[in-house]
Design a binder for this molecule. Structure first.
Ligand code: NAD
Length: 454
């Protein structure tokens, strides 16, 4: 048995003491979820849909409470936190349409009928990181529950409060006891038990690439189903023919949102050499205007880093002699504040340019032409997200097809829509979440042949 003290990243003061589950407690909850699966999978599609819509309505009614809790626990700006709670509602509403539409197929065969069924898997283990506690939890449990599975969910040690509250709201909505279970605990204890326990039939993991690889190895033992959403080092590619003003105005938000603790952060800006000076001038103005302040203020665009450890990790990317082009501002006093920082490395070998920092640090590198931009963008082990800025439609199409990443935006920096697929190429992940196809990864396809000759 152990306890954990949640610390506010804004005040550095304790917020709440929390019990962390051990293996025996984890096993007990997994057994409860397995038992609940026997009846949840049989709930009539229309009734399951109604329960999910009720859950969505209750989350919506508690939007402000959930948002304030996220500001307290994670230091997210209040504007972001309201969006995040709203995203849980939207994902639940979207997948509430699924139970009545989980179609199989009827395939022509001689001497009988062949039908496929989409069967739920059983207990789904969802492991969530600390950077977006609410949306990432919802992207897992929304489709999982809709498809008739039950869920055990482990929030990150640092940020469990909103997940715990969502577990309570599910019960209030009438989701039966044991169907959606939140278990705060350590990754090495609770998370690892999800991987080794035979009744957990699938892992949905979002987190670092290192831990994701470990989980993938662990899942191999039972050929356990697995979805991975891992790290990123996404490129914001700006051609000289683009609306440079718009690209520069949007670039701070594209990397410094959530203090850069965003797997989709455009933390490499690739700018065509002929527009480099103009872009940097405009970008500097935009970075200096970016509001880093108390995240509970409506005007805040960025809050602090999540923890003292994260502050230390990010700082280590900026040793003496780092080529800092310019920095934004940050408040003084308590809190893990880190000023938005723009680097101008001389080439792509720089550690800060290549590695995921997960803090408000961006590297700007010039490129010569389209082929050069694509080569530099793809020179990364990651492939999650990215942006392409150009007024040339043909070029935008060519480059968006050539960049090896799962989620791209053209003349925009927006990555996430709950009704479109989300996920990474290369070491950024495996499988896709959200959108119309996510249900496939929460079901098995069963094929049954009925002989009509006998
Ligand atoms: P992390 O890998 O340290 O932890 C993620 C979760 O895994 C936590 O809940 C942790 O307790 C658990 N965990 C740790 N060790 C474990 C183990 N051995 N077995 C089972 N579970 C274990 O990541 P983090 O620091 O919380 O989050 C930051 C990382 O998440 C970044 O790399 C970021 O890019 C990535 N991320 C990716 C996406 C995406 O969708 N691709 C989204 C958000 C964050």
């Amino acid at each position: 048995m152990s306890n954990y003290t949640i610390i506010s990243p804004v005040t550095e003061k304790p917020v709440q003491e929390l019990h962390l589950a051990d293996v025996a407690e984890t096993d007990a909850v997994i057994s409860k979820a397995a038992k609940a699966f026997e009846t949840w999978r049989l709930v009539a599609p229309g009734d399951r849909a109604k329960l999910l819509r009720k859950f969505a309505a209750i989350v919506d009614a508690h939007n402000e409470e959930l948002a304030q809790l996220e500001v307290l626990n994670s230091g997210h700006t209040i504007g972001n936190a309201r969006w995040e709670a709203g995203n849980v509602r939207d994902v639940l509403n979207y997948y509430s349409a699924a139970p009545e539409r989980l179609f199989g197929r009827q395939i022509p065969v001689p001497n009988g009928i062949d039908i496929t069924f989409k069967e739920p898997l059983g207990v789904i283990g969802i492991i969530v990181p600390w950077n977006f506690p609410m949306p990432i939890a919802g992207w897992g449990f929304g489709p999982a529950l809709a498809a008739g599975n039950t869920v055990v969910l482990k929030p990150a040690e640092l940020t469990p409060l909103t997940a715990i509250r969502l577990g309570e709201l599910a019960l209030e909505a009438g989701i039966p006891e044991g169907v959606f279970n939140v278990i705060p605990g350590k990754g090495s204890v609770v998370g690892n038990r999800f991987v080794t326990h035979p009744l957990v039939r699938k892992i949905v993991f979002t987190g670092s690439t290192g831990v994701g690889k470990e989980i993938m190895r662990g899942c191999a033992d039972q050929v356990k189903r697995l979805t991975l959403e891992l790290g990123g080092k996404s490129a914001n590619i700006i051609f000289a023919d683009a609306d440079i003003e718009k690209a520069a105005a949007g670039a701070p938000g594209a990397v410094f949102d959530n203090a850069g603790q965003d797997c989709c952060a455009r933390s490499r800006i690739l700018i065509q050499r002929s527009a480099y000076d103009k872009f940097m001038e405009l970008f500097e103005v935009a970075v200096k205007k970016f509001r880093v302040e108390d995240p509970s203020l409506d005007t805040a665009e960025m809050g602090p880093l999540i923890s003292a450890t994260q502050y230390q990790r990010v700082s280590e990317f900026l040793p003496e002699g780092t080529p800092i082009a310019f920095q934004g501002s940050k408040p003084s006093g308590p809190g893990y504040w880190f000023a938005p920082t723009v680097l101008a490395p001389k080439d792509s070998n720089d550690r800060a340019y290549r590695e995921e920092i997960f803090g408000p640090v961006v590297s700007v590198l010039p490129f010569e032409d389209e082929a050069d931009a694509i080569r530099i963008a793809n020179d990364s082990e990651y492939g999650l997200s990215g942006s392409i800025w150009s007024r040339d439609l043909g070029r935008a199409v060519r480059v968006s097809r050539a960049v090896e990443a799962g989620n791209l935006s053209v003349n925009s920096n927006s990555s996430v829509r709950y009704w479109t697929p989300f996920g990474g190429y290369k070491q950024s992940g495996l499988g896709r979440e959200l959108g119309p196809d996510a249900l496939d990864s929460f079901t098995e396809t069963k094929n049954v042949f009925f002989d009509t000759q006998g």
